[in-house]
Design a protein around this ligand. Sequence first.
Ligand SMILES: [Zn+2]
Length: 122
Amino acid sequence: MESVAPQPFRKARFVYFRCPSCYYESWHSYLHNRLFHQFCWCPNCHRIATLKLAWLVGATWGLVPPLIFALLIFGPFQSWLAGRDFVWLLVPAILTVVLSLAALPLFFRLTWEFAPYDGHVA
Ligand SMILES: [Zn+2]
């Protein structure tokens, strides 16, 4: 059975959520974004949680794809790329996108931490 989220929360798939009040866990979140704040509605206990360190999570995520790209081109692709055209950089670039998307759920799982929130969000 699926609860209906109150306004203004919207369902987001593949976004990890762990309720700080009832410890309900899900790969679907009910999110509401406000400047510098991200709120999450728990479909189990109907309480609202807020994402801790949202700016840090965003900033850290911004570093992940460049890091993967650097590891690829200075690691397994270094000798393969030597003497080839720049256009071949597309191969590790595409691989970077794939790996970044694959790492995203794990990244959420490791970095997202929620705290109970008692105020109003509307
Ligand atoms: Zn809950």
